[in-house]
Design a protein around this ligand. Sequence first.
Ligand SMILES: Nc1ncnc2c1ncn2[C@@H]1O[C@H](COP(=O)(O)OP(=O)(O)OP(=O)(O)O)[C@@H](O)[C@H]1O
Length: 310
Amino acid sequence: MIRFEGVSKAFGATPALDGLDLTVPEAAFAVLLGGSGAGKSTALRTINRLVEPDAGRVLLRERDVASEPAPALRRRIGYVIQGIGLFPHWTVARNIGAVPRLLGWPAARIAARVDELLALLRLDPDAYRDRLPAQLSGGQAQRVGVARALAADPDILLMDEPFGALDAVTRQALQQEMARLHAATGKTILLVTHDVEEAFALATRIAVMADGRLLQEGPPRELLDAPADPRVRDLLDGGAIGMRRLALSQAATLASPGGEAPPSLPRIPRTATARDALEAMLAARAEAVLLLDESGAPAGVVALRDLLRA
Ligand SMILES: Nc1ncnc2c1ncn2[C@@H]1O[C@H](COP(=O)(O)OP(=O)(O)OP(=O)(O)O)[C@@H](O)[C@H]1O
């Protein structure tokens, strides 16, 4: 768990954080969302003490981060930034093994960990461990950055606009990778972005910031249904509240048994979202879709009007 208690920070006359109160629960994939200059990066950096607050405190698992020397603290915290900053003259393996080496792990354990992480990030260890960063695509380099941040099995992972420099397709692939990784590891992740789509694709909880303060925090659906502040509504809307709501709903929760569904209906997996269901209906110009379970057997029908209940 990460807790900000009344954290303030000014750079000269510019207030970046103004009494930030925020709790990030254990194992959450939390997204700090807000416009430029809202204070998101500054908030993130108070956790690993790249920024020291003027007032207030930051607790990591109930312990004040200021009570520990910064280098030791940082070894317990994974940190991924845009452009990652891999050491250019080090191989991928050496980059990933940097923190374990600092911690004095034996070489064999480091080598095994490097291969394990490359495989976790879907990079073939034999093909990639000896490459230099210049021999990687942007997306591959970012995967190596994530692997490096996870190397010493940190308590939490901080990510500051990690996919900002990537093209849309690579960004989406890495977002899916991070969602899978979060589910697989159960790590607490705090990710900063100004991209609302990214926030909704990843977050189990969203914290909306403006002017160095928290406007609202909660599960994505709660923010959509009950925005606590007009600025939250404006930020989340973008003309797409209805579509976002569909994307957060499972099609199966809206289905009826279907009985004798016409064979012409488009078919989608039972695990699809209500947004997927709408997309399938529009693509096929049909007024309903048939859900299929894992074995391909019919598992219910969702009609166009059912989507109004999402
Ligand atoms: N090292 C610094 N020196 C001076 N001013 C800073 C510094 N870091 C941040 N600021 C200022 O603090 C305010 C908050 O910045 P911060 O980077 O935390 O916002 P942000 O929400 O992450 O914005 P962005 O999405 O544009 O990165 C801004 O006005 C910024 O100019």
